[in-house]
Ligand binder design. Structure first.
Ligand code: NAD
Length: 468
């Protein structure tokens, strides 16, 4: 048997066990086998990490932009290396049953994002303009904020960790979180990693956010936990950036390219079994193309395999509990009158679920309202474009939407009327650049001016003319 990997803490440049010696374990949702263990940070460890980040901040903030950029480029090269990827793939397969195509996506996206983030140093610019006082000058500078607490989910570990940590870093902040970054030459304390057991996470998080040195929280995950962090941050008047869930609609109009649309819906809805914030969860289709669209979707789905992560397109969901929750949502929608076009509303293993398609799901049901985070498509039929827009907007989530039509001029107008952080015309939903509604607060992933504004403060210096 292979050695079970162990994730230590990273504090002040040193990898170490928890001060209490506590650990927690992660089991494969597919086999139930022990996948890894990690140090379970204590309150003392979190304090030590914050202090290390606080000490490292002034030097890191003063580090030349080019040096920050070089470190991120080096980390990108490590993540692109065969040796690193071999280790990471084993880990992702074991801990979260990640199929090969999603592993490849992580490996493609990680280095690319990191290089894009490194180039953000070009956006760290201020402004100068004449003051209202004749002869005076105003200098607006963008300055790093300090220690940032970043919390990330499990579902796309490489790009999400990198974004959550590298964006604050390139802006000159220090962050609490990781190996490739540390090994690329970040000075001690600039990046710290404090994994926590499920039981201790809420209390430790409240302590970290309350610490005076922590200036901002950045969170990617569910709206349920996002609210908890936002409340903790609000208690101390600290800002937070939230990147939350979605219920992405794909709107298919009568003049759409059905073959292209169906392929994009299958890849958008079933990639990593739908466990992606941008997953296509709702299909809103004009009546005249319902039948060809559904049969094309079914035909593409019939080529997907469900089983072990190494050899299948769809594998175990995050946990048995998440699979049970999705099945309960499907059954509730069915009992409320939805027609099941594909699937048997049952699991195929403890955490395994085959693709499902439901037609006519009532808006009052959880399957319409909540993120399923599983391989389930909800199809709704409409008779007009106005009805399609109204239905696309009938969700509290507004992360991303797709729109399929050959009429590009009309598409621009419809896209403007869809309330969503991003609208992708004739593309999959798996691409988002902004967040609205329950999908988040202040999030953006354009790796440019907006992100720089998120992780820097505006400081104004005025130069007054001599008094005559
Ligand atoms: P989650 O909200 O349950 O957990 C996210 C992270 O928060 C985890 O690291 C978890 O350990 C931690 N956490 C849980 N309770 C906490 C608490 N009380 N205090 C502090 N931290 C706590 O989400 P998840 O199941 O890990 O991920 C799936 C969710 O993430 C989905 O809703 C998905 O849409 C969303 N997501 C959003 C984006 C985006 O960019 N918008 C990207 C990926 C995932």
């Amino acid at each position: 048997m292979e050695d079970v990997p162990f994730a230590p803490l990273l504090i002040d440049g040193e990898r170490r066990p928890a001060s209490t010696g506590a650990t927690f374990s992660v089991h494969s949702p597919y086999t139930g086998d022990l996948a890894s263990t990690a140090a379970a940070a204590s309150s003392d460890d979190c304090r030590a990490a914050i202090q290390a980040a606080q000490r490292a901040f002034p030097t890191w903030e003063a580090t030349p932009y080019a040096t920050r950029q070089e470190i991120l480029f080096r980390a990108a090269a490590t993540i692109a290396s065969e040796e690193w990827q071999r280790k990471a793939a084993r880990w992702m397969r074991a801990e979260i049953a990640m199929p090969q195509e999603h592993i490849q996506f992580n490996f493609m996206a990680g280095p690319m994002l990191l290089k894009g983030i490194a180039c953000m140093v070009n956006e760290l610019k201020g402004e100068t303009f004449p003051s209202v006082i004749p002869g005076g000058q105003v200098f607006v500078q963008r300055r790093a904020q300090g220690v940032i607490y970043s919390v990330v989910p499990w579902n796309a570990p490489i790009p999400l960790v990198l974004t959550a940590v590298a964006v604050p870093l390139v802006c000159g902040n220090t962050a609490l979180i990781v190996d490739a970054l540390h090994d690329a030459g970040l000075p001690a304390g600039v990046v710290n990693f404090v994994p926590m057991s499920v039981q201790s996470t809420p209390a430790l998080t409240a302590e970290i956010i309350a610490h005076t040195a922590v200036r901002k929280v950045t969170f990617t995950g569910s709206d349920r936990v996002g609210r908890i962090l936002a409340i903790e941050a609000a208690k101390h008047l600290k800002p937070c950036v939230l990147e939350l869930g979605g219920k992405a609609p794909s709107v298919v109009l009568a003049d759409a390219d059905i073959e292209q649309a169906s392929r994009a819906i299958v890849s958008g809805g079933f990639f990593y079994s739908g466990q992606i914030c941008m997953a296509t969860e709702r299909v809103i289709v004009q009546r005249s193309v319902l039948e060809p669209l559904v049969s094309a979707i079914k035909s593409h789905l019939s080529t997907l395999t469900v089983g072990d992560p190494e050899h299948s397109n769809l594998s175990a969901l995050f946990s048995e509990r998440s699979a049970d929750g999705i099945v309960a949502m499907i059954k509730e929608a069915k009992d409320a009158g939805a027609e099941v076009l594909l699937g048997d509303a049952e699991k195929a293993g403890p955490a395994l679920l085959k693709p499902h398609i439901l037609l006519g799901v009532k808006r009052e049901t959880r399957l319409w309202q909540r993120e399923s985070f599983g391989p389930v498509l909800v199809v709704a039929v409409v008779d007009s474009v106005d009805e399609a827009i109204e239905l696309a907007n009938a969700s509290e989530y507004s992360l991303v939407a797709a729109l399929w039509t050959r009429d590009v001029y009309n598409a621009m107008d419809i896209a403007r009327r869809i309330h969503s952080g991003s609208v992708n015309i004739n593309g999959s939903t798996i691409h988002a650049e902004g967040t609205l509604g329950l999908s988040g607060l202040g999030g953006s992933s354009g790796y440019g001016r907006f992100d720089v504004n998120n992780f820097t403060d505006k400081r104004v210096i005025t130069l007054h003319p001599p008094i005559a």
